[in-house]
Design a protein around this ligand. Structure first.
Ligand code: G3H
Ligand code: 13P
Ligand code: ZN
Length: 315
């Protein structure tokens, strides 16, 4: 069943975070639903601009609608990840997305407020909820390039003003993470003090943590042993999710870790079975490994086992 992120956040606030997982294809879709049903977790499916154009924007919608029918007990939101204004409007018009993210974080504060407000007004008129971003993560996002060294953490006073002026439903905050497999060069870490200050000014308001892949070292080692070349890859300690959830983070974004599972499975498969060429062979292994990975993440996020209580909230 498709619900809004707002409905999911109501049950989660202060207790646990909902995993927001990016998908691009059939195998990821199937593995994600299986992993969330195995761990009895509500979840958020994220679709980026790149994922929409990978095949055709209707393709993932069809896969998700099919999966919803195959797993009738699932409860999830469908969310546009890092949208620009035009993509947000397209998703709002589609009638499929229950939530959109407008990312105008590279603009000035005033321009970010202006753009976000336009998206919020259009989305709310159709019952769709909106996430926006304030501050800048390190790493590379789709249409936003930010130098690691110049990553700007979210200003807590600005966060309060931004939320009040835009009417946005949740806020992605920059607290030291970055996208991709190479986070925390040097001694960087999570800035809990920024989250604490934001929570003080915006009590009970759902916050979002992007760039939250943990880049497991065992996964990286296996990829490199099977011919990969990922040197110095490093991520967020997944044991830190719980503290972030207590400080108001209700949505934690994970994409890179899933890509690492895909890369490990396929590199090892073709190394070990050089004579094989049926794409379904590694595909089956990937779906099973991805489901296990998702169930593990849901345990760490605290949303494993929450499906029963969420069902009571959304019915
Ligand atoms: O934040 C970016 C997400 O990991 C999506 O990545 O734009 O390559 O699909 P993508
Ligand atoms: P990772 O690159 O850490 O998986 O972050 C994903 C993300 O923030 C998607 O919006
Ligand atoms: Zn992101």
């Amino acid at each position: 069943m498709i619900v809004t992120t707002k409905q999911l956040f109501e049950g989660a606030y202060g207790k646990y975070a909902i995993g927001a997982y990016n998908i691009n294809n059939l195998e990821q879709t199937m593995g994600l639903f299986r992993g969330c049903m195995d761990s009895q977790a509500p979840f958020i499916i994220q679709i980026s601009k790149g994922a929409r154009s990978f095949t055709h924007k209707n393709m993932l919608e069809a896969l998700i609608r099919a999966a919803d029918g195959i797993f009738p007990d699932s409860i999830f939101a469908v969310h546009l990840d890092h949208g620009d204004e035009a993509t947000c409007f397209d998703c709002i018009a589609s009638g499929f997305y229950s939530s959109v993210m407008i990312d105008a974080s590279s603009e000035s504060f005033e321009k970010n407020v202006e753009i976000t407000k336009r998206v919020v007004d259009a989305a709310h008129s159709k019952g769709i909820v909106v996430e926006a971003e304030l501050g800048q993560l390190g790493g590379v996002e789709e249409h936003v390039k930010v130098d690691e060294a110049n990553a700007k953490l979210t200003d807590p006073d600005q966060a309060k003003e931004f939320v009040e002026r835009t009417g946005v439903d949740s806020l992605a905050c920059a607290i030291g993470t970055s996208h991709g497999a190479f986070k925390f060069a040097g001694s960087q870490g999570l800035h809990y003090e920024v989250l604490e200050a934001i929570q003080k000014r915006l009590p009970n308001f759902p916050l979002v943590m992007h760039g939250s892949s943990s880049v497991p070292q065992e996964e990286v080692a296996r990829i490199n042993a099977a011919g990969g070349n990922l040197k110095g890859a490093k991520g967020v300690d997944e044991n830190q999710f719980k503290r972030a959830a207590e400080l108001g983070v209700t949505k934690i974004n994970i994409d890179t870790d899933g890509r690492l599972v895909w890369t490990r499975v396929h590199r090892e498969f073709f190394r070990d079975f050089p004579e094989k060429f049926d794409l379904r062979d590694p595909g089956k292994i990937f779906m099973s490994e991805y489901a296990k990975f998702i169930a593990h993440k849901n345990e760490k996020l605290g949303n494993a086992g929450q499906l029963f209580s969420v069902r009571k909230l959304v019915k």
